[in-house]
Design a protein around this ligand. Structure first.
Ligand code: BG6
Length: 489
């Protein structure tokens, strides 16, 4: 009973939300570096320049149909919270010591592609960038922490976005594969666990996920094909370089966790169909071919995926070793949208669940159901690489942070994961809580929406000392790890 003895407890971050040092050490700009706080308080926008020199800012992270001749650029007076982020670049020793103190067995992080290949197109890598990650991995090993590296976490070198629209173009596959080969060779003695594309099924969100500047579904699905091919090639090359590598995919599993709003068969069918649009991604990456239902869907929508000769074989040869997944919430759908529902993102409101301040439904039982479904479908080990609650914390006058709501969230979700293991027989390899040290939100660019066990003194405007302080949840998570998930009290 209980979790595996070698269960990988830890936390997860992404370079573009955590690392900072955006223009240090020879790093080039990336798509995420042109994302501002946005013109609305909480929205995250993207800046671009027209040929006449005028600059514009979108209000969301999806750039729709960029005007002719426009290019993305970092503006001198732009407001870019993630340029500095919380500056892991200069605080990595301190942060890793905190992870060590919590007892982390693993730390999931991403390598910034633009730190290794500044425009994405160079023939040789940036040695200073490689050296930075050497130092990080060495520091982790001092504490017995196993790195788990995401190769692509919402970051595309800006050079590739401006040259040919990022993943919309097949040439990006070659650039990415070169990057993967470089880091596999370089870190083969330091890293065993790899993830290819973070939340690959979030590709329709556009610019953030793939550097694409159109909302044309045919372009987006072609870009998804390029990511599938790149992921499969990375898996194959990785295994050639070191057969002991464990290489996984990564799915935003919340998007497969859709409840029908009623027992009306139409609602059930719609929920099932929407989930299929996301399972499709893991179907390709775990089984090695496009599922028939998706081929039929493409046919109905008039979407033709251009495959090069050999692609089908590449997909078959490059299936993953395990499934990485993020889980934050469940969603609800109905054929008639409920009043007050956000048709774009959140779906109808589930009256049986509480939600966070940001409208994210809190559903631990949904977590167990999601794990069960995922394991049944693929029979591959599952690594939960993201789970957590974004909440505004209050620092008391004595400097303490009482985040009981966070402890409650994690307790309930870890219990649900335990139930999935003990009652449903799901093979879970590990669990990395999202943002163990506060970081910048991917969706809104805010700092106020905090996920960490460690508080970072910085506000939404970037003011603060960056001092790290332990929240109440720090000690709680430490106990959970020390007891291998038995002591959730
Ligand atoms: C996941 C992403 O979708 O959700 C992370 O992989 C992200 O990068 C996390 O930070 C939480 O979302 P947000 O918008 O609250 O930062």
């Amino acid at each position: 009973m209980g979790f595996r003895k070698d269960f990988l407890w830890g936390g997860a971050t992404a370079a573009n939300q955590y690392e900072g040092g955006w223009n240090e050490g020879g790093r080039g700009p990336a798509n995420t570096d042109v994302m501002t706080r946005g013109s609305k308080d909480r929205a995250r926008g993207v800046t671009y320049i027209l040929p006449d020199g005028s600059h514009h800012q979108t209000e969301s992270i999806t750039v729709k149909n960029l005007p002719e001749g426009a290019r993305f650029a970092v503006l001198e007076d732009g407001d870019y919270p993630n340029h500095k982020a919380v500056d892991f670049y200069h605080h990595y020793k301190e942060d890793i010591a905190l992870m060590g103190e919590m007892g982390f067995k693993t730390y999931r992080m991403s390598i910034s592609w633009a730190r290794i290949y500044p425009t994405g197109m160079e023939e040789t890598p940036n040695e200073e960038g490689l050296g930075f990650y050497d130092a990080v991995f060495d520091e982790l090993h001092k504490y017995g922490i196993e790195p788990m590296v995401t190769l692509h976490h919402f970051e595309v070198p800006l050079g590739l976005c401006n040259a040919w629209g990022g993943w919309a173009d097949r040439r990006t596959v070659d650039c990415f594969v070169r990057f993967c080969r470089t880091v596999f060779e370089r870190y083969k003695n330091k890293v065993t666990y790899w993830l290819t594309f973070n939340e690959i099924n979030n590709i329709p969100i556009g610019f953030l996920s793939s550097g694409i500047s159109t909302d044309d579904p045919a372009v987006i699905m072609q870009a998804a094909h390029h990511q599938f091919v790149a992921s499969a090639m990375a898996v194959r090359i990785g295994h050639e370089i070191d057969p002991t590598f464990k290489i996984g995919c990564m799915l935003a599993a919340s998007r497969t966790s859709i409840y029908p709003a009623t027992c009306r068969p139409e609602d059930v069918q719609q929920a099932w169909e929407k989930a299929g649009q996301h399972y499709f991604f893991t179907d390709v990456q775990c089984r090695g071919y496009y599922p028939s239902y998706q081929l039929k869907y493409f046919e109905r929508k008039g979407i033709h995926i251009h495959m090069e000769e050999g692609d089908e074989q590449i997909l078959r040869d490059g299936t993953v070793d395990f499934i990485g997944m993020s889980y934050y919430r469940t969603m609800i759908t109905e054929t008639v949208p409920a009043e007050g529902s956000d048709p774009l993102l959140l779906g109808a409101i589930n009256p049986y669940l509480k939600a966070t301040e940001w409208g994210i439904a809190i559903d631990p039982l949904g977590f167990r159901i999601t794990l069960h479904n995922m394991y049944d479908r693929y029979q591959l080990p599952i690594m939960i690489v993201e789970n957590g609650i974004g909440a505004a914390d209050t620092v008391e006058v004595d400097g303490r942070i009482h985040d009981d709501y966070r402890i409650d969230f994690f307790r309930d979700h870890i219990q649900a994961m335990k139930d999935a293991v003990e009652l449903d027989g799901v093979d879970v390899m590990g669990y990395t809580a999202w943002g163990p040290i506060d970081l910048i939100s991917a969706g809104t660019g805010e700092m106020r929406k905090r996920y960490g066990f460690v508080y970072v003194d910085m506000d939404d405007q970037g003011n603060g000392t960056l001092k790290r302080s332990k929240k109440d949840s720090f000690k709680w998570y430490q106990k959970v790890i020390a007891s291998n998930g038995e002591d959730l009290g």
